[in-house]
Design a protein around this ligand. Structure first.
Ligand code: ATP
Length: 254
């Protein structure tokens, strides 16, 4: 893979469920190091698109390449290698309730069966530390944690295999403003330190503007705009104007 190869490249993608077309001729090319905010109305196909990038859903037509590998024709080995190169933070945190914090983070490493137990434990503690969770919480159960802490543990788990690509689904949903701001800071510093490429679905304007290097707007069944937040905010289109209304307002007021 050359330096110029996009981390994610989507070409002429179509998605159809029964008679309803969700994506039509959708193109998107994401370069290494970007933090891409994926926005669009409810039902515009953001989650479906991310699932297709992860190989969990198959598009009706078109191509999805991740690190230069075509997802739809990848064999089991290629898919396993790709899965080790990306991490996913699901909206609900999705921790295993019967496992401790430490075991939740250690699980992806144990599944690889390549590392000794002790090393896995130390590595999991390190990931937790990176996500702002001290060792005093390692043996707690998920039910003992606050919403913000669950997100951090889930993030530590997403980082367990040292991914180059991180997917975040509504990372700040359900967090109070202070926890949300702290989580945004955490993502920003991890992005800087680990040189991650990040794809984030979000409805939260504040974290979108604070984090995104590029915004991809999903509307009219395709990526209507893919540009810096400053450029996207200038576009005259009903969804975009409505979405950024409060940001424009704040700019005028402030
Ligand atoms: N497996 C499926 N079978 C049939 N329809 C589906 C399936 N998955 C998604 N859809 C439909 O496709 C459309 C896009 O759904 P998707 O969840 O990707 O949208 P979204 O942009 O993530 O929405 P939201 O912001 O509300 O989460 C919706 O109308 C949904 O009902």
């Amino acid at each position: 893979m050359s330096i110029a190869t996009p981390v994610i490249e989507i070409r002429k993608l179509w998605t159809q469920f029964g008679d309803s077309v969700i994506h039509r001729d959708l193109d998107l090319s994401i370069a290494a190091g970007e933090i891409v905010g994926l926005v669009g109305g409810s039902g515009s196909g953001k989650t479906t698109l991310v699932r297709q990038i992860l190989g969990l859903n198959r598009p009706t037509r078109g191509q999805v390449l991740v690190f230069g590998t075509d997802i739809s024709s990848a064999n089991v080995d290629q898919m396993a290698r790709l899965q080790n190169r990306w991490g996913m933070l699901f909206q609900q945190g999705a921790l295993f309730s019967a496992l401790t914090v430490l075991d939740n983070v250690a699980l992806p490493m144990r599944e690889l069966r390549a590392l000794p137990r002790r090393l896995i434990r130390d590595a999991a503690l390190l990931k937790l530390q990176m996500a702002g969770i001290g060792p005093e919480h390692a043996l707690k159960m998920p039910s003992e944690l606050s919403g913000g802490m669950i997100k951090r543990v889930a993030l530590a788990r997403a980082l367990a295999l040292e991914p180059e690509l991180l997917f975040l689904d509504e990372p700040t949903a359900g967090l109070d403003p202070a926890s949300s701001a702290a989580f945004v800071d955490l993502i920003r510093s991890l992005h800087r330190d680990l040189r991650l490429t990040v794809v984030m679905i979000t409805h939260d304007l504040e974290s979108l503007l604070a984090l995104s290097t590029k915004i991809a707007v999903l509307a009219d069944k395709h990526v209507l705009a893919y540009d810096t937040p400053q450029q996207v905010m200038k576009i005259k289109q009903p969804f975009i104007e409505n979405f950024f209304l409060s940001a424009h307002h704040e700019q005028q007021v402030g």
